[in-house]
Design a protein around this ligand. Sequence first.
Ligand code: 5RP
Length: 216
Amino acid sequence: MSVDHEKQRAARAAADLVERGMRVGLGTGSTVAFLLVELARRRVSATYVATSPHTARAAREHGIEVDSFASLDRLDLAIDGADQVAPDGWLIKGAGGALTREKIVAASADRFVVIVDASKMVAALSAPVPLELSRFGLVATLRRLGATELRDAPPSPDGGVLADHFALVTDPAALSARLSDVPGVVAHGLFSPSLVDEVIVGRGDECQRLRLGGTP
Ligand code: 5RP
């Protein structure tokens, strides 16, 4: 079964969670692209916000109206992909460079649902961990971080510099705390299980649903 088929299965299951009148955060990436197709097909009237200009553009191309996230204080649901999902629910996200907005949207949602194909399920997380860094003091921040490579990529929509951190991810909680403690780090791609309510995994023709702790 193809990876795209599994992404589409997970996306369809997540689209079924969207109900009329909900405020919904849309993630970024190729799995979310399938979600947009499913949402366009279902035509549920909801308020959508996007985690990237790319997703906002793609949603509008599908006839889905996207609002600004400047004036909403919370979301009912957010749906996004991931690069890696560990058995305990820790995620690595941000290969697409949208990690800061993705984390803000996930943390603002009553329910955060992750959609992945089976290849994203790993026994243990491994480097790299995507980073968004402040341009101010960049060289000093890189020295404090160590083991970090800047991406050859345009800045984030908020002007941040995208990079990848290559430390061992043996203890995601400890690494998350260390990265959060470096002042020039705007956001990092480790997402704690406390943010995640459910992971929907497309596996062959089936969907496997892993329910986690969710937002405290
Ligand atoms: C973008 C992300 C994506 O959700 C992650 O990279 C997964 O992407 P895809 O669905 O294309 O595999 O975090 O910043």
